[in-house]
Design a protein around this ligand. Structure first.
Ligand SMILES: Nc1ncnc2c1ncn2[C@@H]1O[C@H](COP(=O)(O)OP(=O)(O)OP(=O)(O)O)[C@@H](O)[C@H]1O
Ligand SMILES: [Mg+2]
Length: 234
């Protein structure tokens, strides 16, 4: 069974034709990474899945249901958690309150409750009573991911979680995502750090100018350095 399938998705911002026929799949239990340069359409792809930049043409299927015309909160309720690039930690709520908000949309109680999310990120436990606005950038990123986890999703969409983080925190975050995945949550990751992406992913898609240019495993991508040179500038 395919968990998520984008079929020839076209998305626009006003007149600008951004996604020009994106097709991709995520199977249950997979980590799939979308990589590409700045402005390639990675975030827009995640936003089209969530119905924020709803597809004008094509379909998004989740567990064999067409979700392309559903409102965002209905998509979330079906088991997709979105951790956006800009983190969106609520500044006037504490860490605990932010986490409780994350559980609201959840339809089921999954394997990761608030307590366990805090086990993943001991630093957040220390900061549990602090308001969002007093957290460092790294702590906000941990909180954004933890808030996604407590929604008990079947699929997590995570947009550039390592951006701007210290190397040690990158490691922590990657370990958490790998652990979460081993417990059965599928992940669609957007990542600019190629080595991080290659290490974590079962499969990758390279996107450029709103189109998929490559699909394959980490090993296949490593065997094809021309792809990296052409579309990733590495
Ligand atoms: N709200 C918007 N209105 C108009 N154009 C937008 C909007 N958001 C993004 N774009 C344009 O759409 C294209 C794709 O943007 P997108 O944010 O999906 O890229 P990205 O691959 O996530 O890039 P980055 O690596 O910088 O995050 C870019 O050309 C961008 O300028
Ligand atoms: Mg982006």
């Amino acid at each position: 069974m395919t968990l998520l399938a984008l079929e020839d998705v076209h998305a626009f911002y006003g007149e600008a034709h951004i996604l020009q026929g994106i097709s991709l799949t995520v199977h249950p239990g997979e980590v799939v990474t979308l990589i590409g340069r700045n402005g390639a359409g990675k975030t827009t792809t995640l936003r089209s899945i969530m119905g924020i930049a709803a597809p004008k043409r094509g379909r998004v299927r989740f567990r064999d249901e067409d979700i392309s015309r559903l409102p965002t909160h209905e998509i979330a309720r079906r088991g997709i958690a979105y951790v956006p690039e800009e983190r969106r930690v609520l500044p006037n709520l504490t860490v605990l309150e932010n986490l409780r908000l994350g559980t609201l949309g959840a339809r089921r109680h999954g394997p990761v409750g608030i307590d366990q999310a805090l086990d993943f990120f001991p630093r957040l436990r220390e900061r549990i009573a602090h308001k969002g606005r007093f957290l460092s950038g790294g702590e906000q990123q941990m909180l954004a991911v933890a808030r996604g986890l407590v929604a008990a999703p079947a699929l997590m969409l995570v947009d550039e979680p390592t951006e701007g983080l210290a190397p040690l925190l990158v490691r922590t975050l990657m370990d958490v995502l790998a652990d979460v995945n081993r417990r059965g949550t599928a992940i669609l990751l957007v990542e600019q750090a190629l080595e991080v992406a290659l290490a974590l992913s079962h499969r990758l898609y390279v996107i450029d100018q709103g189109r998929i240019r490559f699909e394959g495993t980490s090993a296949e991508l490593r065997r094809d350095p021309a792809i990296g040179q052409r579309f990733l500038g590495v």
